[in-house]
Design a protein around this ligand. Structure first.
Ligand code: GLV
Length: 387
């Protein structure tokens, strides 16, 4: 049995345990996957300044995201189909997050429904919505999220249409998986996964099936997005969603300072600098490169968070030292979940926390709220000097 010491160990176990279709769904970017790769490799271009002989006793990674206490500046990102990576996956991930003291964000494209997660957890979680055409469906989603005591809404604004991920098309991705010779041959080798799935009734898109009308193929992500997503979206409509919800709002999918200013203008509580894990516009900048110009534009007006590319506590520290008030892990917790269920998500959080805490100490700091760009060595043209 492997001694799990880092996020990549979890990924290797996950790869052996989850059906290929769902592993590929998580581990894909769109088209050439350039942005997907650079989200990770650009973090490696930033270095730390080591400091020595500084008192490192009594350290704390505690801080706040949108006014909520967090054990470290890391939330679980909304990830579609989490309940296909492991039976009842969203409930397991939410439980691990609440025990650890970090926010869990439920995706609209989850398998467990909002109600399912609320009934099986004790802390308020965040709920992610897409920008859909159907106002009634949006209103009902907000009502359901309110009834479930969700403490914030995360509005994804970078998915008016869905990026093409080649592997999903080749694998015929669906939830539940369509039974073909190829998918059955693969699933027969994933015994633990299969037993879990046989033991749960949660195998469909729980927030959509039975709630959205006129969806032709409710098992296919691609067909639902084509039918339901609003390609005519504008900021007025995003402001309208904010009013419909009436509580805290986080806008996810900002890569440009001009869009960041618009999000601040409509009164959002936070933005997430994100390229959707490299799953939407391939060829866009990595999130960590896009961060600085956005902080310069709105850092004093709105909380700026970051996702896409975080695989370690060092990555968290780099983003936070630059000025992000919080970060999100999507793939990193999914690897843990697919590898070992709830315990695997806890393991992913423990790994990231330990890396964050130790790296902060070796940079000469004891309190995450006090780190600054001072601890970093950033390449001069990191944010780019584009014509
Ligand atoms: C959904 O948001 C996805 O990226 O698959």
């Amino acid at each position: 049995m492997t001694v799990v010491t880092n996020i990549d160990d979890l990924k290797q176990i996950y790869r052996r345990r989850a059906p290929k279709m769902f592993y590929d769904y998580a581990e894909s970017g769109s088209w050439t996957e350039q942005t997907f790769r650079e989200n990770v490799s650009d973090f490696e271009k930033i270095y730390f300044r080591q400091r020595v002989a500084v008192d490192m006793v009594n350290r704390s990674t505690k801080t706040q995201m949108i006014g909520q206490d967090v054990a470290m500046p890391v939330a679980l990102a909304p990830v579609g189909l989490t309940g296909m990576q492991c039976a009842d996956g969203e409930i397991k991930a939410a439980r691990a997050a609440e025990k650890f003291g970090v926010p869990f964000t439920l995706s609209t494209m989850s398998i467990c429904s909002i109600e399912d997660v609320a009934e099986n957890t004790t802390q308020p979680f965040w709920f992610q919505v897409y920008t859909l055409k159907d106002d009634d469906f949006m209103r009902r989603l907000f009502e359901r999220a309110r009834a479930a005591n969700c403490s914030a809404i995360v509005i994804t604004v970078d998915l008016q249409l869905m990026g093409q991920r080649h592997k999903d098309l080749k694998n015929g991705l669906s939830a539940p998986p369509k039974l073909t010779l190829k998918s059955m041959a693969d699933m027969m080798t994933k015994i633990h996964w299969g037993l879990g799935m046989l033991g749960t009734k949660r195998r469909f898109f729980g927030n959509i099936v039975g709630h959205a009308h006129g969806v032709k193929d409710p098992a296919s992500l691609g067909s639902w997005t084509t039918e339901a997503f609003d390609q005519s979206l504008d900021w007025k409509r995003i402001a309208k969603f904010r009013e419909m919800w009436g509580g805290k709002v986080i806008i996810k999918g900002i890569l440009d300072p001009e869009d960041a200013k618009m999000a601040a203008k409509i009164g959002a509580d936070a933005i997430i600098v994100s390229n959707h894990g490299g799953r939407q516009l391939d060829g866009a900048l990595s999130s960590i490169r896009a961060l600085q110009p956005i902080l310069d534009a709105v850092g004093d007006k709105i909380e700026v968070h970051l996702d896409s590319g975080i695989r370690s506590g060092q990555d968290v520290l780099k983003a936070v030292a630059m000025g992000a008030k919080g970060t999100y892990i999507g793939r990193a917790f999914t690897y843990g979940l697919g590898a070992m269920g709830e315990a695997g998500v806890t393991k992913a959080l423990e790994i990231i926390h330990k890396e964050l805490d130790m790296t902060m100490a070796l940079c000469g700091h004891r309190d995450i709220t006090e780190v600054s760009p001072d601890i970093l060595l950033l390449p001069e043209d990191f944010a780019g000097d584009w014509a």
